[in-house]
Design a protein around this ligand. Sequence first.
Ligand SMILES: [Ca+2]
Length: 330
Amino acid sequence: MKFLRHRIFVPVATVAVLLMLLGGDMLVGAHGGSLSLIHSCVDVQGKVRITDENAGCRSNEIPLDWPKDNSGLEAGLLAVENYLSTIATTVATLQTELAAEIAARVQGDQTTLASANVYADQEIADEASIRQQADSTLADSLASLESDFTSYQSLLGTAGILNASTNPIDWTQLKNVPSSVVTGPGAQDCPTHQYAAGTKADGSLVCSPFPIFVFVPATAGGASVPLQATGITLKSGQTATLTASGTGYYCPGCPIGPDGSGAGSTCPECIAPDLPSFSLIGKIGDGPFFFVGSGPVSVAGSGRLRLGFNDWVGTYDNNSDGFQAVISVK
Ligand SMILES: [Ca+2]
């Protein structure tokens, strides 16, 4: 037995691992009942346990049988040794493969983690970039709004601007705007010999001494340009006195003064057929057109005073320049 222990000691140390790994179940077996053999079980430490012919080996043992005359015992031991050696080799291979698999998985996990970190970093960077862009856009919008607001504040604080026809703001669409801002101030609201030059945001008037100077473009009265507002709203009993000068063009290369074709002449094709062609004309409220020319001419009525150019209907688009009107109200 000393010899047997020595010969199988080395491999069984490894077999022990395999037995533990595999639970030893695969090596358990009965001895087949042959009475011509000596039956034994060899444990993982190389100890031989003689058994009867029908016994089974334990989970940590392998069966070993040899003839009762001991013939073939050496061959059997060699077979066991070879078998254990093979198992040891297999275990070593499995251990190597297991170590490689573990290393590969660790490497794979590290690679995946690194990729995830790179992806996450990129996502964070992208998100930060988007946020920065949004912040920048918002800042630009706020700056633009602030600029617009400053401009509107300036408009609100400037006399004569709120209800100007050139003002892009439609005050009639706004809430809490004083009615005088929307309709325009009346001349009667200012002291005698003064006119309402404009309205402040609080509805109070800005009054200025007459006369008022109003430029009337030669396009005023056509389909695309309304009659020129003067800012004057005449009340019954008031009289406006107008004079005018300057040169308008009723076509390219066609200059004309405020009298047009001359007092007393008519123009059936014009917007005011009974008045001289290409002359400065006026209207109070919804009343009829009246001739202004170079003036002076005094008119009375009730309503807004507006001025225009008496061109042929549909021929205003080729007009340019215009007349300077001077208006006083009493
Ligand atoms: Ca024309």
